[in-house]
Design a protein around this ligand. Structure first.
Ligand code: ADP
Ligand code: MG
Length: 248
């Protein structure tokens, strides 16, 4: 089943000089898939994710998520759709530092006006799953980057979103935390069947996905599907990156 269909998406930024950041992108994602997006800096990866997440609007084309054309939603309907259907994880964690870890995680449930007991139970379950159940009472400035990102991931998946979007989620982490967080994305995808779209500049993290879509100059350059082991997939990814050039 198709969870996401992107049809002929283009995006022009109108500054002093108009700039076409995306040019006729077509992409479909199946329920349960783990898709990585790679491409040089400035190729349009964040623009694409921002459009899918409804933070930004496309200039042309359609985004259909779970049967809903996202451009047809606005106001409270759009806010509710975002809360129920989408989870986001960003490079800079985006936690609220006046709240504890636990309060940050349950924020989407609070906004939905859920029963407190149920919220606490769900927060406990998800934080155990992600290995942060011991730090729920801490403030966000009392935890490490890796813990902060796991907190952000918990918040993103607590509503069981149809699609989890992550834009360079390990960009601000050291290499040990990077490995841990990447393993978690793979685990969330496999064990909780969360459909995931993740931008990454690391071939190793992309090799955990089912499919890698490469973007260059606002267009889809090519895509490759996993067949065989992670390590043979890793080598194929490296070979496409060497053709594209310019990936950090
Ligand atoms: P990536 O995430 O692949 O590094 P982005 O999607 O952030 O690339 O940016 C794609 C292109 O669009 C870049 O050339 C960038 O400078 C430009 N761009 C991004 N956001 C804006 C904006 N708000 N206004 C004008 N240009 C933008
Ligand atoms: Mg980006």
């Amino acid at each position: 089943m198709n969870i996401l269909s992107i049809k002929n998406i283009s995006k022009t930024y109108y500054g002093k000089v108009p700039y076409k950041a995306l040019d006729s992108i077509n992409l479909s994602i199946e329920k349960g898939e783990f898709v990585a997006v790679m491409g040089p800096s400035g190729s349009g990866k964040s623009t694409l994710l921002n459009i899918i997440s409804t933070i930004d609007k496309q200039s042309e084309g359609q985004v259909i998520l779970n049967g809903q054309d996202t451009s047809k939603l606005e106001g409270e309907k759009l806010a509710e759709f975002r809360r129920k259907q989408l989870g986001f994880v960003f490079q800079n964690f985006n936690l609220i530092d006046t709240l504890t870890v636990g309060e940050n995680i349950m924020l989407p449930l609070t906004l939905d006006g859920r029963n407190v007991k149920k919220m606490n139970r769900e927060t406990k379950n998800i934080s155990e799953f992600l290995g942060i159940d011991k730090i729920l009472d801490r403030r966000t400035y009392e935890i490490s980057g890796g813990q902060a990102q796991r907190c952000a991931i918990a918040r993103a998946i607590i509503n069981k979103p149809s699609l989890l979007l992550a834009d360079e989620p390990t960009g601000n982490l050291d290499s040990k935390s990077t490995d841990d967080v990447l393993e978690l994305f793979a685990k969330i995808n496999k064990e909780q069947s969360v459909t995931t779209l993740m931008v990454t500049h690391e071939a190793y993290s992309a090799s955990h996905s089912d499919r890698v879509v490469f973007i260059k100059d606002g267009c889809i350059y090519t895509e490759i599907k996993k067949s065989g082991t992670n390590s043979s997939f890793y080598n194929k990814i490296l070979s496409v990156l060497s053709q594209i050039g310019g990936v950090r």
